[in-house]
Design a protein around this ligand. Structure first.
Ligand code: NDP
Ligand code: 8X3
Length: 248
C-alpha cells in the first residue's frame, strides 16, 4: 500500500495533512512525541496508520523505526517534513540560546536526518516526493522571528538545492511556506500561555490547518512530471511581517 510519512502528525498542519491523505486511501506513518494524539488518528482509520511516538531529534530512534517498518507501511512514496516549532517572541537579545538550539535541532537537523534516510529508498525506486513545510518567516523578517525565520530560510534553500541534486531522477522536492495559521504553533511559541497565543490571532484573518493540508495534497497530486518548487500561502488579510511594533 502506498504510504506517506508525516512528521508532526499530532496536531495542526500535520494532523490535517495526515487526515487528508488517509481520506484518499493512503497509509500514513504518523510521527510526533504525543502518542495519545497519534492514537486518535489510528482509531479513526483502523489499520491505516503506523504511529511512531518519537522525538525526531533522537536520531537513533528515527533510524531504528524507519529501518523496521511493517510490510504494510514500507512502500513510502512521500515524506512530509512538517514537524517544527518557534520558541519565544522577543528580539534576539532577549531570547534563550537553548530555545535557539531546539529550533535548529528540530526545524533543520532532524528534518535533514529523516530526509537523508528516505532519499536512499526513494532513489532505489526512482520515485518519491519530499514536501517541506517552510514559512513566510523565511522571506519577511519581523521582530521576534530571528532564529525561527532563519531555520525556515534554511528549509527553503535546502529544498531548492535538493531539487537541483535530484535532476534526472523522478523524485520531487517542494517547499510550502504558509503565513499566519491557527494551530497549536502560537501556544508552543508562548510556552503554554493561552491568552498570549489567542491574542496573536485577534482581529486577523488566518489560515486553517485544513487550508494547508489541501495545498500539500494538491502539490502531491499533480502529475509526477510537475514539481512545485516553492509555494507561499498567506491568509488574504495578512501583510508582510506580523506588524508588531516594539515598545520603546
Ligand atoms: P503545531 O504546534 O500545531 O504542530 C507542530 C507539530 O510538530 C506537532 O505535531 C508536534 O508534535 C511536532 N513536533 C514538534 N517538535 C517535535 C519533535 N521534537 N519530535 C517530533 N515531533 C515534534 O504547529 P503547526 O501545525 O502550525 O506547525 C507545523 C509546521 O508548520 C511547523 O514546521 C511550523 O514551523 C510551520 N508553520 C506554522 C505556521 C503557523 O502559523 N502555524 C506558519 C508557517 C509555518 P508533538 O508535540 O506531539 O511532538
Ligand atoms: C509562522 C508564520 O506568519 O506567524 O511560520 O511568522 S508567521
Amino acid at each position: 500500500m502506498e504510504t506517506i510519512i508525516v512528521t508532526g502528525a499530532s496536531s495542526g498542519f500535520g494532523e490535517a495533512i495526515s487526515r487528508r491523505f488517509l481520506a484518499e486511501g493512503y497509509n500514513v506513518i504518523a510521527i510526533a512525541r504525543r502518542a495519545d494524539r497519534l492514537e486518535n488518528l489510528s482509531i479513526d482509520y483502523p489499520g491505516k496508520v503506523h504511529c511512531l511516538a518519537i522525538d525526531i531529534i533522537d536520531k537513533c530512534a528515527v533510524e531504528e523505526c524507519l529501518s523496521n517498518l511493517p510490510v504494510a507501511f514500507n512502500n513510502v512514496i512521500a515524506l512530509i517534513n512538517n514537524a517544527g516549532l518557534s520558541l519565544g517572541f522577543g528580539p534576539a537579545l532577549d531570547n534563550s540560546l537553548t530555545d535557539w538550539e531546539t529550533m535548529i535541532n528540530t526545524n533543520i537537523v532532524a528534518l535533514l536526518h529523516i530526509t537523508k534516510h528516505m532519499l536512499s529508498s526513494f532513489k532505489e525506486k526512482n520515485r518519491g516526493h519530499i514536501i517541506n513545510i517552510g514559512s513566510v518567516a523565511a522571506y519577511y523578517p519581523y521582530i521576534g522571528s530571528n532564529v525561527y525565520g532563519a531555520t525556515k530560510a534554511f528549509v527553503h534553500n535546502f529544498t531548492l538545492n535538493l531539487k537541483t541534486d535530484l535532476e534526472g531522477t523522478k523524485i520531487r522536492a517542494s517547499c510550502i511556506s504558509p503565513g499566519l495559521s491557527k494551530t497549536e504553533f502560537a501556544l508552543v511559541r508562548f510556552k503554554g500561555d493561552l491568552n498570549k497565543a489567542d491574542s496573536l490571532y485577534e482581529n486577523k484573518t488566518y489560515l486553517t490547518a485544513e487550508n494547508i493540508a489541501e495545498t500539500v495534497f494538491w502539490t502531491f497530486s499533480l502529475p509526477e512530471n510537475v514539481n512545485i518548487n516553492v509555494l507561499e500561502v498567506m491568509p488574504t488579510g495578512q501583510s508582510f511581517g506580523l506588524g508588531f511594533t516594539k515598545k520603546q
